[in-house]
Design a protein around this ligand. Structure first.
Ligand code: ADP
Ligand code: GLC
Length: 487
C-alpha cells in the first residue's frame, strides 16, 4: 500500500512527546512490511533537518481567495521519503504549539495550512496514497479538505478517488478548539460549520471535524478507546462524537522502539545490561545519582520520572504524596526531568530545595538524561490521570525499572499491578492503584518501598519479567495494516 503519515512531530526532527516517537517508528515498521510510506511534517524554526535532497516552491489556495507560497524540502530517512513544509510566518517561531505560556492564537490556521499543503504536495508530485494517516487535532482537518475541496469527479477531480483517511487520537484532551472567526480563512464552507460536523458551542473544534470526516478513527490503546466512549472518562463531549462513529472506531496499541530503548546497546549509557547480566544496572544507578548530585547509596530505592509537566501526568496527587514521603524521611531517592507548566516546576524545585540529599530535578528536555533515568532507577513513576498509551512505562519495563502506574488507558493495558497479598507475584510487572488521589498514590509508593526493602527476591523476579515483556512496533504495524486494508 501507499501510505502517507501526516503529523506535527517526529523524533529526530522535532519532539515534545510520544507523538514524535510514533511518527518515527510506525513508518519504519510499515516500510519493513513492504509498504511505500511517506511522512509530511511542518518545518519549524527548531527542527533538526536531515540531509536535504532538494527544495521546491509550492503554491496553493486555502480558501477561494487567499494564495500561499511555501517551500517544500525533500529528504529521505533510511528509505522513507520525508517532506517538510516551510512557511516563515507560521512555523519560524520559538515554540511549536505555544509561546511558552499560551497556545498561538492562529494555531488552527497554521495547522490547516499545513494539511492543505500536504494534499497539494501529493498532487504536485503525483504520488497519490491509498491511505492518509492523520494524527491528533493538528492534522484532523485534512479529511475535510480531501472530501470538500477535492470532491471526486471522474474527469475534473479523479486524483483522490480511492484515497482513504485514518485519524489517530493520541490525546483527546487537546482538540484544537478555535474561535469561529477563523473558518473563512481556513477554507471552511459556512454550510459545513454545523454542530453535526465541527461546530461546538459556537467555536470550531478541529478534532471533532476530523472524527466526523475521517473514514476511520483509532485510539492508541484499547483501554483508551473504551474510555473515550464513556462520558466519565472521555474528554468533554468527545464521547458523543465518537459514539456517532463507533462503527469506524477502534484501539491499536503503540509499540516500543527496542533499537533506541535497549539496555544492552543504549548509546546514552556508560554501562549496559540485560536479563542475563544485570551488573550494569547498578552502575547506571550510580551514574544517575552522580549526575543528579545525590549520595551514591545503592540500597535506597531510586524513583525516576521523565515527563511533560502537565496535570495529565498526575502531578496534583503525585507531588503531595512525594512531599509526605520526604517529610516522613522515607529511605528513598527521587530523580526527575521534565518541562511544562510553571506551577509544577515551582513545586518540584521547592521539594528539591528542602530535601536536596533525596531529591533532584532538572527542569527541561534532555533525551540522554531520560535514557539514564530509565536505566538507573529502580522504579518509574507514571501515575497519570489519563494516559492514551504511554511510552515511558514501556521503556521502563525494557530497562527492568518497575513502573508505578494508575490503572488507566494504555498503562493498564501494558502493566500488571502486584496485588496487596503478592498473590500474583508470578505474573505482575508493576505497582498500580485505582482512584486518582494523594492517599492512593502515597500508598502505592509505600508498597514499592516495601517491595524493594523487604521482599527483594519478588522485586528481582518482577524486574526480570518486566524485561521479558515485548510491545513491538511490528505488532502495531500489523494492526494498522489490517485497518488500512479494511478501508
Ligand atoms: P506523552 O506523549 O503524553 O508526553 P509518552 O509516554 O507517550 O507521553 O511519551 C513521552 C516521550 O517524550 C518519551 O519518549 C519521553 O522519554 C519523552 N520525554 C518527555 N519529557 C521529556 C523530557 N523532559 N526530557 C526528555 N524526554 C522527554
Ligand atoms: C500522546 C499521549 C501518550 C501516547 C502518545 C503517543 O502524547 O499522551 O499517552 O503514548 O501520544 O501515541
Amino acid at each position: 500500500m501507499k501510505i502517507l503519515i501526516v503529523a506535527s512531530e517526529m523524533d529526530g526532527i522535532i519532539k515534545t512527546g510520544g507523538l514524535a516517537d510514533f511518527t518515527a517508528a510506525l513508518p519504519r515498521a510499515l516500510a519493513d512490511r513492504g509498504h511505500d510510506v511517506r511522512v509530511i511534517l511542518p518545518k519549524y524554526k527548531n527542527s533538526i533537518l536531515p540531509k536535504l535532497v532538494k527544495s521546491e516552491s509550492l503554491y496553493f489556495n486555502l480558501n477561494y481567495s487567499s494564495r500561499y507560497a511555501s517551500l517544500v524540502h525533500y529528504a529521505d530517512i533510511d528509505g522513507i521519503e520525508l517532506r517538510l513544509i516551510e512557511y516563515h510566518d507560521f512555523f519560524s517561531r520559538d515554540g511549536i504549539y505555544d509561546d511558552g505560556a499560551y497556545p498561538y492564537q492562529d494555531n488552527a490556521l497554521r495547522f490547516s495550512f499545513f494539511c492543505k499543503a500536504a494534499l497539494e504536495q501529493l498532487l504536485y508530485e503525483k504520488w497519490i496514497p491509498d491511505i492518509i494517516h492523520c494524527n491528533d487535532w493538528q492534522t484532523a482537518i485534512l479529511p475535510y479538505y480531501l472530501k470538500e475541496h477535492y470532491p471526486y469527479h471522474p474527469t475534473l477531480r479523479p486524483e483522490f478517488k480511492n484515497t482513504k483517511t485514518l485519524l489517530t487520537i493520541h490525546n483527546g484532551e487537546y482538540q484544537g478548539i478555535t474561535d469561529a472567526k477563523w473558518i473563512d480563512a481556513i477554507g471552511i464552507l459556512p454550510i459545513r460549520f454545523t454542530s453535526e460536523l465541527m461546530e461546538e458551542y459556537g467555536a470550531l473544534n478541529l478534532l471533532k471535524c476530523g472524527i466526523m470526516y475521517a473514514d476511520a478513527i483509532n485510539a492508541v490503546s484499547h483501554g483508551y478507546y473504551l474510555e473515550l466512549l464513556e462520558p466519565q472518562t472521555s474528554h468533554k463531549n468527545l464521547w458523543l462524537y465518537l459514539r456517532k462513529r463507533e462503527q469506524n472506531f477502534t484501539g491499536i496499541l503503540n509499540g516500543c522502539d527496542y533499537k533506541l530503548w535497549n539496555p544492552k546497546t543504549d548509546k546514552y549509557l556508560n554501562h549496559h545490561f540485560s536479563i542475563k547480566n544485570m551488573a550494569g544496572k547498578s552502575l547506571c544507578k550510580s551514574d544517575l545519582q552522580a549526575k543528579m548530585g545525590l549520595p551514591l547509596e545503592s540500597n535506597a530505592p531510586l524513583f525516576g520520572l521523565v515527563s511533560r509537566l502537565t496535570s495529565q501526568k498526575g502531578f496534583d496527587y503525585l507531588l503531595p504524596a512525594l512531599e509526605r514521603l520526604l517529610y516522613e524521611d522515607a529511605p528513598i531517592q527521587i530523580v526527575m526531568v521534565g518541562s511544562g507548566e510553571h506551577r509544577y516546576s515551582l513545586w518540584i524545585h521547592h521539594l528539591q530545595k528542602h530535601y536536596p540529599h533525596k531529591m533532584s530535578f532538572i527542569n527541561g528536555y534532555d533525551n540522554g538524561l531520560a535514557h539514564l533515568i530509565e536505566a538507573g532507577s529502580d522504579f518509574f513513576m507514571m501515575p497519570s490521570l489519563f494516559e492514551p498509551c504511554g511510552l515511558n512505562q514501556l521503556y521502563s519495563l525494557a530497562y527492568g525499572t518497575i513502573p508505578i502506574i494508575r490503572q488507566t488507558g494504555g498503562l493498564q493495558d501494558t502493566v500488571l499491578g502486584l496485588s496487596y497479598d503478592y498473590d500474583n507475584s508470578n505474573i505482575a510487572t508493576g505497582i498500580s492503584f485505582g482512584y486518582p488521589d494523594t492517599h492512593n498514590c502515597y500508598e502505592a509508593l509505600i508498597r514499592a518501598i516495601k517491595l524493594y526493602l523487604d521482599h527483594k527476591s519478588i522485586f528481582l523476579q518482577m524486574q526480570m519479567r518486566a524485561m521479558e515483556q515485548k510491545f513491538t512496533w511490528e505488532e502495531s504495524a500489523k494492526q494498522y495494516e489490517i485497518l488500512y486494508s479494511q478501508l
